[in-house]
Design a protein. Structure first.
Length: 298
């Protein structure tokens, strides 16, 4: 997938400038700034939001305000390095997901690090999955999706379900997933100067907050190292200009090793979770994602 080079460079400058507005050494200030920025990009009169709680976990249903598909749902795990983010922050993605697929999207606020490090987020994700099963959805009615750290959580949730001997979801959707906390990928060096969103300093802090003292090769922390035998079809989108490019490329190789049906779309000139942006490339990427979902739901 390609975008005009000059246009891409201009967009990246704008994205980098905007991203500096939410950066802060104070995690609470950063969380609040994210919410404010997301509110600007995710307003839509065409969407409905139903807020509720699942065993104390804040959650919401996102749906289009028109007739839409009820059989299948998307369970969405927001990004934010495991130490920031929320379902409100994720609306810039979940709105597009619901609108493009005409499916309901369930998004939730898992506990954040450093207050609640690993495995708190995974424990919460399992509770939300259990809720979907309790209200009448079957595992095969659910597509699990996530961006960045939420992509990590989507993968580890499916791993946990597999470990428990449960039926796995119909598919997995990943936007710029963070799969390797050991930082073994070459893109950490090759893309360090051009990534407008992430920095090594940011990633190192996120690792300390979430998994300090843990074995970073634990597949429930770095899902790149998991045994993917029996995993459902998986779709990955990643931008050319991101530090975590290798996390996606290496995940694709790893999934193929275990004979998992996997599709990766590589977007030239794009950055980390560019799908959040209100640009044509983001909507085109969502159309590609929807095609994958419709294929696996036939």
């Amino acid at each position: 997938m390609e975008i005009n080079l000059k246009s891409s460079q201009s967009l990246m400058k704008a994205i980098k400038k905007m991203h500096t507005l939410v950066e802060s050494p104070d995690v609470e200030k950063q969380r609040a700034s994210q919410e404010n920025i997301s509110g600007i990009f995710s307003k839509s009169k065409d969407m409905k939001y139903e807020n509720f709680e699942i065993e104390g976990i804040p959650a919401e249903w996102v749906s289009v305000d028109r007739r839409h598909m009820k059989k299948y749902v998307i369970l969405y795990c927001h990004g934010g390095g495991y130490n920031t983010g929320s379902f409100r922050y994720a609306r810039s993605v979940t709105n597009k997901l619901a609108s493009t697929t005409s499916m309901d999207v369930l998004s939730f606020d898992y506990r954040l690090a450093p207050e609640c490090p690993y495995p708190a987020a995974l424990e919460d994700a399992v509770k939300v999955w259990d809720h979907l099963m309790h209200v009448g959805y079957g595992a095969r009615d659910v597509i699990v999706a996530g961006d960045s750290a939420g992509g990590n959580l989507a993968l580890t949730l499916v791993q946990k379900l597999k470990e428990q001997g449960r039926i796995l979801p119909r598919g997995i959707i990943l936007f710029s997933p963070w799969t390797d906390l050991t930082k073994s990928g070459r893109s950490h060096e090759l893309k360090a100067e051009i990534d407008p969103i992430l920095s090594e300093e940011y990633i190192d802090k996120a690792i300390r907050d979430y998994a300090d003292g843990e074995d970073l090769r634990n597949p429930f922390i770095s899902p790149l190292f998991a045994d993917f035998t029996g995993f459902p079809p998986t779709y990955i989108q990643v931008g050319e200009n991101e530090i975590l490019l290798s996390d996606s490329l290496n995940l694709q190789k790893r999934l193929r090793k275990f004979h998992v049906q996997v599709q990766l779309d590589y977007y030239s000139g794009m950055w980390h979770v560019f799908q959040m942006s209100p640009f044509k490339a983001a909507y085109d990427a969502m159309d590609q994602m929807a095609e994958f979902i419709f294929d696996i739901c036939r």
